[in-house]
Design a protein. Sequence first.
Lengths: 262, 490
Amino acid sequence: MGKLLELKGVSLSFGGLQVVNDLNLHLDEGEIVSVIGPNGAGKTTLFNLITGIYRPASGDITLDGRSLVGLQPHQISQRGISRTFQTLRLFLNMSVKENVMAAAYGHTNAGIFRSMLRTPGMRREEREIEQLAQERLAFFGERLMGYRWDQPAYSLSYANRRRLEIARATASNPRVLLLDEPAAGMNPSETHEITELIAQLRTDGGYTILVIEHDMHVVEGISDRVVALDHGVKIAEGSFETVATNEKVIEAYLGLQTTATK
Amino acid sequence: MSDSTPHSSHIPAEGPAVGQDEWVARHGERRLLRGGRLGKLEERLRVVPWWVWLILFVAAFSLLPVVESSGYVRRVAFDTVLYMLLALGLNIVVGWGGLLDLGYVALYGVGAYTYAFLASDQFGVHLPTLLAVPITVIIGALVGLLLGLPSRRLTGDYLAIVTLFFLQLFQTLMTNGDSVFGHDLTGGPNGILNIDPFHIFGHDLAVQHGGVFAVSYFYLALAVFAVVYVALRFVNLSRTGRAWRSLREDPLAAEAMGMPVNWLKLMSFSFGAGVAALTGTLFSALNASVFPLTFYFILLIVVYTMVILGGSGSQSGVVLGALIIGPLLELLRDPGKARILFYAALVGGVVFGFRRSRTLGIVSGATIAFGFVMHAAASAHDAAWVAGDKASGFGGAMAHWVVVPAHLASWVQPTTYVGLIGLALLLTLVDRRVRIVLLVPTLYLAAFVWENVMLANPEPMRYIVLGVILVSLMILRPNGLLGERRVEIV
């Protein structure tokens, strides 16, 4: 099990603000790693760096040994990294099924003229895309099934939108899945369900997963390894127990005084 | 992932099960169905496939020249088909791509001019139609690609301004192109004349046949429309169409999901431009002449109105928009027909607004009485006040209802016009009871303004009517007639 995704000395600053500072991080094949840290620690920026929305000022990001720096986001997606967004970014006015089907763009190839003529190859590909979308949606049991396929995405509840984002992210056939706060805004039973689902994504889908999560029950339940960030610096790394009891982490979350009175 | 029910082993015997959703299971019962015959009809119509509608529509439309031999009507029908094509092309960029392209009609002009360059005495080039049209479409698509380049960096209103500048640039180039280093390239404001008609399979497509507009161009345009409609529908339901709509919804998410957003934007510009250029060749060949001012703001606004009115993003919607606006603008040229349309809309609006309630009777009765009283008062004061061109209709009753003075003082037109707008706005603010009372003089003032201001200025009137239709529709149905309900942020 080699390093699938690796960040080496990655830095990024906005104006004078150092958002990510000399960050080293790696994901082994088949691993689930959680990133924790207080708000503004640079967690989502980390995702934006990996997916090519931001370009690191220095350092290198590699997938399977090949550098991703300088590639456009869609090229990175086609290399096998897919993500969800903390602030849901679904294609709201498209149907549930089309949301998932759209994400198959990168690994399909029917051109516009072939589509105009509806060639047999194009229609076969279209059936495969639909099949894929149904499979990905079926992953969530009945929640996104049946009549919901043809409903517009805006008609879904918040929790179902989160599920749909995960389904959409998996439709690009990624190797690495980046989940940005998958349990945000969910009730306890839904949170419990999403914890199981993330584990299942690895066993059934074979994805390597990097999760940003604030809910420590979820983090404890799913992580092989936990990385704690604060002010763009990695302050701790290891199993959930080691990181959760790390003084720096407690300090970052609760402030100095609390540690002093402890 | 292939296992479709991955949770079956986790489901506890009772209580809410993981991945189970009772809401979905009972959805069928919960659906609201409209009762009665209307509901049944609606259910039946829903299962009719789209191509049946298209065939029915094209067949019905192609019967028009058979039942109507007037060259004028045929000509209007042809122009309407061109509008439908233009609306379909604009729908690619605006409706699917979500890119506000205000340079669109310049590409229609590029098509018309390119065909004129390739098949007229302007440069002495007379390419065969089957060569000139594809070349024109390709050139149009390439120019569209150029126009799309700013969309890599700009969105929304910024993109709109840059593309609008392109329209102005095209206009300036065509108008001043008659003396480029002493050479006449575009004919300047006088345009290009004597453009070749289409010549297909050894036949010249004659525009006139025995002095009457020949139907060959109409059928050709209709056939082109059907092909373009089907091709675009297929594209919309392909990966490219989904990607276009995804980038309209959220460009960043689309990019992150593997869609090359910049390339897709250029493609949508280019395909919209291709459709516009193709329409331009039809325009050019039929009119045998092109002038720069044809492809300007008025046309841009008209095509946008069609797309917005019909429902941006819906193909059948924008076609419906073109079907309504195209003939409507023609009807409004004729004061007699315009008058019928106006009063029909007024009466229809009041009836629709109050449905069957008692208020309807009160308002209409009061308005009619109000008119006769006003007319009687005016004629008693000075006979010249009611001596203007009589509005006929309703057995001459109209002539005794609406006041049409023989001569208007210069302040009357602007004052009444502005007053009407003020009253209409006031109506939206006041309490229901006050509104009913105010509605009576407003309706009467509307009739007065129509007879004395609008009909006296027929050309601006057409576009004012267009504006009124658009404003009222946007209030009633913000997504257009056939547009899907859209949400921006939830």
